[in-house]
Design a protein around this ligand. Structure first.
Ligand code: ZN
Length: 270
């Protein structure tokens, strides 16, 4: 994986203001090898001093640890600072292989380590994690507090990570379904139909195939009773799988004989 130059666009999808800190696209301890997790931090910076007084430290580092320290900074107002697109030194050692520096993205939220979190900042924190999960195809379970993946760390203080992850998961789910039409949502929830299945979805497959002109062998199609029996059957047998393959071939789909997320929409003409 190269430098993560999409991070500013990902941050803007939260709806919160974003500052691209000069030089961020090439800043990092080399490129980011992969993104398997997200680690949430607090800066332990000053109690006052504006929205994001820790910017210089997170960008440049501190004695004994070179910057950048994390890809993102998060101000008290919910303002997001994109600081680096490469690897950052935010979690070493890590007790989780998905959350070490080479495998995860760090977010340093401004907080002195004991002051309350403003609502806007917490909302932005959740939204940024949700957008990152979406961008990198991660479940909300991969969002961790620094203290969960490095037992010597306290941050981010007082945030219940179970609640936090539940809020992230709800946003990821909403986003994934928001772009779908009503019928697409239904199709998305249809189960895979395959050889050996015995249920009413098999019957739906039979009906759809027949309606699309993919007729069963003459043993069934030859008589009305035979055809009726064939259409009513809830068994996914080899004959049906062959018809599915024929349908897939005609539609330019993979001929795997499974009715799944690509074949269902085609069968139902969604
Ligand atoms: Zn930390």
């Amino acid at each position: 994986m190269p430098f993560l130059t999409q991070l500013a666009d990902v941050a803007r999808r939260t709806g919160f203001p974003v500052t691209e800190v000069s030089g961020w696209k090439t800043r990092g301890h080399g490129p980011q090898p992969e993104v398997q997790g997200i680690v949430c931090h607090h800066t332990a910076g000053p109690a006052g001093g504006g929205d994001y007084p820790s910017l210089a430290v997170v960008r440049n580092g501190r004695p004994g640890l070179d910057g950048p320290l994390s890809q993102f900074g998060l101000g008290r107002s919910g303002h997001i600072y994109v600081i680096a697109a490469g690897r950052c030194w935010h979690n070493a050692p890590s007790t989780s292989p998905q959350h070490d520096n080479s495998s995860s993205i760090g977010i340093e939220a401004e907080n002195n380590g004991s002051q309350p979190w403003p609502d806007a900042q917490k909302d932005a924190y959740i939204r940024l994690c949700a957008e990152l999960c979406r961008e990198f195809g991660l479940p909300a379970a991969r969002v961790k507090a620094h203290r969960e993946v490095n037992t010597s760390k306290p941050d981010p203080h007082s945030i219940d990570m179970s609640d936090f992850r539940a809020a992230v998961a709800a946003l990821v789910k909403d986003g994934a379904e928001a772009d779908l039409s009503w019928t697409e949502k239904i199709v998305k929830n249809l189960p895979m139909v395959r050889l050996g299945d015995d249920n009413y979805d098999v019957k739906t497959v039979r009906g759809c195939l027949f309606a699309r002109g993919h007729v069963p062998p003459t043993a069934y199609a030859g008589s009305e009773a035979g055809l009726e029996g064939w259409l009513k059957s809830t068994q996914c047998d080899t004959g049906l799988v062959e018809l599915v393959r024929g349908f897939q071939r005609a539609e330019g789909l993979d001929e795997d004989g499974f009715v799944g997320p690509k074949t269902w929409p085609s069968l139902l003409r969604v």
